[in-house]
Design a binder for this molecule. Structure first.
Ligand code: WTA
Length: 654
């Protein structure tokens, strides 16, 4: 926790407070009654939320079954259809004409789909998938740009009781293949290509390279980029031929509340990504509940925009399932914030009158760097609530977001949660909480957390410790796909005695009881709000013939929060043939093609040795000191203390 502790000092001095305005309070969705109800009867509260927010084909009578802990069952004897809850019921309630999705492509093309239209599209896709043999429990990989078909595909899969595994479109063929193999997916839904930074990036080619020799029977291809692609007769199918011609009538079948809804892979401390498994009833309950209360959603008038890619959990919970379960209108944008011009986000807010914006601190910081003249050129007066997710938002970025994007009045909800928690766990409530820039503040009503020491005892106010969740919650992960043991080991073994879920994050509780997140305590980095494991990048590096050994750390970065920095020992023959610069350039490219551009190291230091303990463990803490240009910390447990001097010299020579 060396890096985290340094951030405490500045936070301690944060004394600014932003209470909600009386006008906001007057129309607020979440009121103090919510917390009171949850405190009185937590399980009863969740049961009531679920009945109120969702439509159950067969109502449940049990709320929580924790007898097989840590494998929870929520609302287990109830039956529902997730897609029906996101679509049909809104049409049946008379809201078919309400826009579900305003979509804007990066080149400026756009499409709007009403709830009736989106429902019809999903029904067609469900019929097409069923005709391809997709049934309950099948795994389908989705590898698409942010286009309406991504949402349609996910909902069609859910409608059939099958399981989607969405893989972020920036991942490489190897990463995609590993995920297809692990889940034994029988179908991949992709596009020819998508738009990013003014260019078409190919997706179908990557899929071709990934699926050879796997369980995949068919590849369904949406035409988006218009780029040339290869075609395998019999295996590949165009979306417009298949879904385009399917029947628009499809009756949703009800499935058990615990029917799996999706697998989403996330980085852990080993090289192998974990397939986090989520199920239906509990997940949908908590994403709908948090989307409504945390963002103060008024579905008749708000336009919600979550800027996350659907390949991440934020896109699952707050692009697809939360907003659609709540019948909200939302904006979906394919491209990057700076294409074709640096004011693109602000232009979209003005064009669609976005009222709730949910974004990541890394994006906010890079927009902030460009100066307020750019947003000031646009009409952002529709904004009334702002959200932040993915990493701690530093007070400076918070204030800029509040003043420049939120006109000094829009509350900011700093939401803490994880792929594993499925939905928001810690956040202010905008009509209740007096906001503190930089703090995620308190668990949402219905959630129980604590900050504890290594023995599981709560730390006193004002101290740092480990963040744990002390009671099961509806949207909690139901396991790691195919690896129950790893699930128990990773999240539930540290505090097995107390039965706490350990999130892997450090946190501090201040004098008022508010929570400040301090970053990861394990070897997982947070780059632009995305989790990357040091081990995964290290194994990509040593897969290169030039590399003998490697160690990767996350170093502080002004824009991305953390950046990947690698230390590499070259094999002797290569060390002579290549300059460090050549080797570093080649290896940065190699990591990008092995995992994806997001994992490309910012810097690679070619070194002769790595710092190790006597038991052979790499001391990443010391490498982080080098990467961040700090004096080297305590080296007494090193097998050979002279190593660090050598590494320091080599890194300075660079
Ligand atoms: C970090 C993203 C501070 C944290 C939803 C967590 C945050 C990891 C916040 C999960 C926040 C997320 N403040 N840190 N508001 N939100 N994190 O699974 O370290 O991609 O453990 O889920 O992001 O990342 P994941």
């Amino acid at each position: 926790m060396t890096t985290s502790m340094t951030s405490i000092d500045s936070l301690l001095h944060e004394t600014r407070r932003f209470p909600p305005s009386p006008e906001f309070v007057a129309n607020a969705v979440a009121t103090p009654a919510l917390a009171a109800a949850a405190a009185k009867d937590r399980l009863g509260f969740w049961a009531e939320q679920s009945r109120e927010l969702l439509d159950w084909h067969t109502p449940f009578t049990q709320t929580l079954d924790w007898s097989d802990a840590p494998f929870a069952r929520w609302f287990a004897d109830g039956r529902l259809n997730v897609a029906y809850n996101c679509l049909d019921r809104h049409v049946l309630a008379g809201n078919g004409d309400r826009i579900a999705i305003h979509w804007e492509g990066e080149p400026g093309d756009s499409r709007s789909l009403s709830y009736a239209e989106l429902t019809a599209e999903v029904k067609k896709a469900a019929n097409a998938l069923a005709a391809l043999g997709v049934t309950k429990g099948d795994r389908i990989a989705v590898y698409l740009p942010v286009i309406p078909e991504a949402v349609i595909a996910m909902l069609a899969i859910a409608r059939l009781g099958a399981i989607h595994s969405v893989v972020f479109g920036g991942f490489s063929a190897d990463s995609l293949r590993a995920r297809i193999d692990d889940a034994q997916a029988k179908l991949v839904i992709t596009a020819d290509g998508g738009w990013r930074k003014g260019k078409v990036f190919p997706l179908k080619d990557t899929v071709d390279a990934a699926v050879e020799g796997t369980s995949v029977e068919h590849v369904l291809v949406v035409r988006r980029g218009g780029n040339d692609i290869g075609w395998t007769q019999g295996r590949d199918l165009w979306w417009h031929d298949t879904v385009g011609t399917a029947d628009p009538e499809h009756e949703a079948e009800a499935f058990d509340a615990e029917n799996p809804l999706f697998i989403l892979y996330t980085s852990g401390t080993t090289g192998k990504p974990k397939g986090i498994l989520h199920s239906s009833g509990g997940y949908l309950t908590q994403v709908a509940y948090t989307h409504k209360n945390v963002f103060d959603l008024h579905p008749e008038s708000d336009v919600f925009w979550c800027t996350a890619d659907i390949g991440w959990i934020t896109g699952h919970s707050y692009v697809v399932y939360g907003p659609l379960a709540n019948g909200a209108t939302q904006l979906l944008y394919e491209g990057t914030p700076d294409t074709p011009h640096p004011g693109r986000w602000w232009e979209l807010i003005e064009k669609y009158r976005v009222s709730i914006l949910y974004a990541a601190p890394t994006a906010i910081r890079s927009l902030m760097k460009l100066g307020r003249e750019i947003p000031d050129r646009f009409d952002l007066s529709s904004i009334r609530v702002l959200g932040s997710v993915g990493e701690p938002i530093n007070p400076e970025a918070w204030i800029w977001y509040h003043d420049v994007v939120g006109a000094g009045t829009a509350p900011i909800v700093d939401t803490w949660w994880q792929t594993e928690t499925g939905a928001i766990m810690i956040s202010p409530l905008p009509g209740i909480t007096s906001l503190k820039p930089g703090s995620a503040q308190a668990a949402v009503p219905g959630i129980e957390i604590a900050v504890v020491d290594d023995d599981g005892a709560p730390v006193p106010k004002g101290s740092g410790g480990l963040l744990v969740i002390t009671e099961p919650w509806p949207s909690m992960a139901r396991g790691i796909w195919g690896d129950d043991e790893r699930f128990v080991e990773t999240y539930w073994s540290k505090f097995a005695e107390q039965g706490y879920y350990f999130a892997g994050d450090g946190a501090r509780i201040d004098e008022d009881g508010d929570v400040w997140l301090l970053g990861r305590v394990d070897d997982v980095m947070n780059v632009s709000g995305h989790r990357l494991s040091t081990a995964e990048i290290e194994s990509a590096l040593v897969s290169h013939p030039m590399v003998a050994e490697s160690a990767v750390v996350g170093a502080y970065d002004e824009t991305t929060g953390q950046a990947v920095v690698a230390f590499v020992i070259l094999r002797a023959e290569h060390a002579e043939q290549h300059t460090p610069d050549e080797a570093s350039t080649a290896l940065r490219g190699h990591v990008a093609s092995a995992i994806g551009a997001i994992a490309r190291p910012r810097e690679i230091f070619i070194v002769a040795e790595l710092p190790k303990t006597r038991s052979g463990k790499i001391m990443r803490r010391l490498l982080r000191d080098v990467a961040e240009g700090r004096p080297i910390g305590d080296t007494t447990t090193l097998a050979d203390p002279a190593v660090m001097r050598l590494i320091e010299q080599m890194s300075k020579a660079k």
